[in-house]
Design a protein around this ligand. Structure first.
Ligand code: ADP
Ligand code: AMP
Length: 213
């Protein structure tokens, strides 16, 4: 099972991808998370990526494509994987095809801009393990403490409002064209992402199993 999560930043791709990965026992591959870890570890990749990420821009295609190419060769990907945040450009999608990697489903999470802003402003991430919470919609048991590792919860550096606006613009210009790209290949599954987290998850499962929602 090889899947892609598509949707604007803040739509809930990571939240749902983790659950899907758990359900189908396949790895969750988030390019954003790989890049944030590289920044945290101060690697040359992290230094390069940070220049773009802090401005709300996409990291160049060749860098991200190279990362994914290596990651999907790992043995844990033999039975499939879920890509979260990749591809983000038509060019990246074509590179994925060039790698000879066939995709079974593309889950497109739809959320209006007003809701996205509310999700961004309440998003908190664990400084240690990267787990994601929301102060209103998915709160941790203890304020500002990660339920999984007891790490400190912080606001993501690129969730600052001016960066968010830029990321939404970049999404519209560079990533949204992928919706038609995958629709034409009959791979797109459109999901209403405005519902609560559990409801969104159950509609994704139903659609993946071919049931009506
Ligand atoms: P993405 O990976 O698409 O950027 P996230 O999964 O990080 O998005 O979700 C963005 C924020 O919205 C997080 O704080 C998350 O807890 C919250 N969230 C995710 N899905 C929902 C939902 N269905 N309803 C309300 N809040 C949600
Ligand atoms: P995300 O965690 O998916 O919201 O990604 C955070 C940031 O990482 C994005 O705003 C981009 O700067 C960068 N990034 C993640 N995935 C990609 C990608 N596929 N192509 C280019 N940049 C990416």
């Amino acid at each position: 099972m090889r899947m892609i999560m598509l949707g604007p930043p803040g739509a809930g791709k990571g939240t749902q991808a983790k659950r899907i990965a758990n359900e189908f026992k396949i790895p969750h591959i988030s390019t954003g998370e790989i890049l944030r870890n590289a920044i945290k570890d101060k690697t040359p990749l992290g230094e390069k990526a940070q220049e773009y990420m802090q401005k709300g821009l996409l990291v160049p295609d060749e860098i991200v494509t190279g990362l994914v190419k290596e990651r999907v060769k790992e043995p844990d990907c033999d039975n499939g994987f879920i890509l979260d945040g990749f591809p983000r450009t038509i060019n990246q999608a074509k590179s994925l095809e060039d790698m000879g990697i066939g995709i079974d489903s593309v889950i497109n999470i739809n959320v209006c801009e007003e809701d996205l802003i509310e999700r961004f402003t309440g998003r908190r991430v664990c400084k240690t393990c990267g787990a994601t919470f929301h102060i209103k919609f998915d709160p941790p048991s203890k304020p500002n403490i990660c339920d999984k590792c007891q790490g400190e919860l912080i606001i993501r550096a690129d969730d600052e409002m001016s960066t968010v606006k830029k990321r939404l613009k970049v999404y519209t210009e560079q990533t949204a064209p992928l919706i038609d790209f995958y629709k034409n290949k009959k791979l797109l599954i459109d999901i209403d992402g405005t519902k609560p987290i559990d409801e969104v998850f159950s509609s994704i499962l139903k659609r993946l199993r071919g049931e009506a929602v």
